[in-house]
Design a protein around this ligand. Sequence first.
Ligand SMILES: [Zn+2]
Length: 351
Amino acid sequence: MMHIHAINLPRFVIVGPQVLPKVGEVLTRLNVNGDVLLLCGETFTKEPMGIVEESVNVLHLPTHVVKVKDATEETLGAVEAAIKDTKSVIVISVGGGKTIDIAKLASFKHNIQFISIPTSAAHDGIASPVASLKGCNGSTSTMAHPPVALLADIDIIANSPRRQIVSGVGDIIAKYTAVRDWSLAHRLRGEYYGEYAASLALMSAELITENIDLIDRGLDVGIRSMIEGLISCGYAMCIAGSSRPCSGSEHLFSHALDKICAGQALHGEKCGVGTIMMMYLHGGDWKSVKEVLSKVGAPTSAKELGMKDEQIIEALTIAHTIRADRYTILGEKGIAREAAEDLARITGVIE
Ligand SMILES: [Zn+2]
């Protein structure tokens, strides 16, 4: 019997310069008539927050603001309490990854919608149904729901810290190996594989590879292609119904580093380095991956990540244990220590 596959997608996606004043219009089109809970990050969000508040105020909807400082259980609890207390009917998140993750989870648990207004393009969570929450044992990914609407302002994102954009490049280039791992799991383990979702994820990686010079120069067209890449990664996850098309062995490696040296380097930076090495294991063109990352000044070595060679080797050897349900090129036994050392050395990740 064919299994039933339900797909939940964002309804309104608005990308361009100066798009934040359109949030009121989006609320009207969504027939929102009740309290609005606004979530904002601690940094870089003051100005965009002002524009969003102004646009919502025109509709005379009561608004409540909560600041999000991290993506932990505690913060999630506080936001959930705020939804309950204010009887908010929708959540709008203005900020980076943490703010979006909290908005995604809190709104999902309370069965209300949320609008994603990213102020940076550091990873692919801006349009995806997957959220990660930080716990005492690293972070865990949960399936929630995608935003009902997404407003990505190119001017704001182009002016975000360059490191965030560089990290986004790493998270998108990761799709080259993530899709290879998915296809492998399909052929070897009979796992469900969706050609369409896989193509969307791959297309994002190809899009930024082609436009890497424009992204490096910080040009609007380059930033736009990056945002579109991140959005199409989000769609790939919505269509697959999991993070599978966007997260493979390179993400397992990144999560292993989260465990070994928490707080060191950004998610996309770690994924980028992981992609170089996993591409080598897949027998693919790892040199091109490295070249693309180097072009924007993304880390391609332990040193550039601010890590020790030993930490990279350890992460490689434990990566397969991070998620037992995610079959990748690392197999069930993972990579032997000696092989890990060779791999990291050959690809120039360690000296
Ligand atoms: Zn990622």
